[in-house]
Each structure stands twice: as C-alpha cells, then as structure tokens.
Design a protein around this ligand. Structure first.
Ligand code: AMP
Length: 114
C-alpha cells in the first residue's frame, strides 16, 4: 500500500517543521495554521482515523494524548491552555486519512466549534 501524506512526513520524504518525534509518534507544525500554535501529532502507524482504531491500539492512543500534552507544554501552552482535536470523517472535517491530533493554542478558542 502506498504511504500516507503523514507517513511521508514522518519518513522525511516531504518537508515539514517537526517539533517532536520518537519511535511511536511525530509532531509537526500544521501547514495551514488555525491558531498561533497549531501542531499535528500523528502515530507512525497509519491508523486511518479514530473510528478505525482497534482494541490493540489502546496503548498507542493513550500515548498520543500524553505526548500531545507534552508537546503543548514544549510549545509554551501549558499555562495559557490549549485544545486537542481529532476530526473523523466528512462531517468531522477530516481531510487527511491518517489519524492525527491537532494541538491548538496561543489565542482564546471559541466553543462550540463551527
Ligand atoms: P484534518 O482536516 O483534521 O484531516 O487535518 C488535516 C490537517 O493537515 C489540516 O489542518 C492541514 O492543514 C494539515 N496538512 C495538510 N498537509 C500538510 C502538510 N504537508 N504539512 C503539514 N500539515 C499539513
């Protein structure tokens, strides 16, 4: 199967501003930022979307959330706050079919989302 866009970024086949990586996840700046800080954290494993995750992904999913909070802290958002977003499917606004968690911060974020 061909690599997803985010697998190519993780493999450095497509340039991105990577802010954190380890053997399980990669975090990089969103190319079209919706807030002063907008980072995506993605598993190296190409799970298509959260709705496709399996029971044996449980540990990895928890890891992504813990690392997202750590990356938010590294980005200086711990004190002012931040939002984590996972879009799933058409109505969820998903455009890249490789699970990713948005880390948004640096301004007050409205609720409910549009
Ligand atoms: P979603 O709409 O939740 O699927 O989010 C996909 C995100 O990927 C969007 O916020 C895009 O701006 C972002 N994106 C698409 N291509 C790239 C890229 N080459 N580098 C960084 N971010 C990207």
């Amino acid at each position: 199967m061909s690599k997803t866009l985010f697998e190519k970024i993780a493999a450095r086949e497509i340039p991105a501003s990577i802010v954190y990586e380890d053997d399980k996840v990669v975090a990089f700046r969103d190319i079209n930022p919706q807030a002063p800080t907008h980072i995506l954290i993605v598993p190296r494993k190409p799970i298509q979307r959260i709705g496709q995750a399996q029971a044996d992904d449980q540990q990895l999913l928890g890891y992504i959330l813990l690392k997202a909070a750590e990356v938010a802290k590294l980005a200086g958002l711990a004190e002012t706050g931040f939002r984590l977003v996972i879009n799933n499917g058409r109505d969820g606004g998903e455009t890249v079919p490789h699970l990713h968690c948005h880390i948004l911060g640096g301004r007050p974020l409205a609720w409910p989302p549009g």
